[in-house]
Design a protein around this ligand. Structure first.
Ligand code: ATP
Length: 144
């Protein structure tokens, strides 16, 4: 998410990952349209993100109405519901969103996201594990 830093970003799925991403982008001055189908989640975040909508992201009409097709970047942060993740990602491809990021929870899930046209597939748990390994080994080197 570096190339077009100031462009608005759509974040779909406001679990722990999607929520912290949407809040961090907001903190950095990026306009965010956040979407989740659970009203409890969207209500809890109202006012903290530029625009927040309660909608089913697997419904192409809902995405159209929210203007998702006009965004340059989108992040699919749905993990557990793999079917919803894949369907949502394929709709973003269909809407010709230029830069689609999608979160995968397994290698197989990541492969499918890649094949259907996600431009970037991220594995948050795995990536964070690697980062912590760097931190830990860096700290350990300090003591050697
Ligand atoms: P995390 O580990 O980041 O908390 P997770 O990997 O467990 O998340 P999920 O709980 O599957 O991910 O999904 C994250 C969010 O996506 C949830 O808040 C859920 O309501 C939302 N979500 C799931 N399906 C849809 C959908 N079809 N449309 C919109 N939002 C959805």
């Amino acid at each position: 998410l570096t190339e077009h830093k100031s462009d608005p970003v759509v974040v779909i799925g406001l679990g722990r990952f999607g929520t912290s991403l949407a809040l961090e982008l907001t903190r950095r001055g990026t306009e965010v349209l956040a979407i989740d189908n659970r009203p409890k989640i969207t209500q809890a975040l109202a006012g903290r993100i530029t625009q927040i909508a309660t909608a089913d992201a697997t419904d192409i009409e809902a995405l159209r109405q929210l203007g998702v097709a006009d965004f340059y970047q989108a992040v699919v942060a749905i993990g557990g519901d793999i079917e919803a993740s894949i369907l949502t990602t394929s709709l973003l491809v269909e809407l010709e969103v230029n830069d689609i990021w999608a979160k995968a929870i397994s290698i197989q899930h990541g492969r499918i996201l890649d094949r259907i046209g996600a431009h970037h597939v991220v594995f948050p748990e795995h990536d964070m594990g690697e980062r912590v390994a760097h931190l830990v080994s860096g700290r350990m080197l300090d003591y050697m």
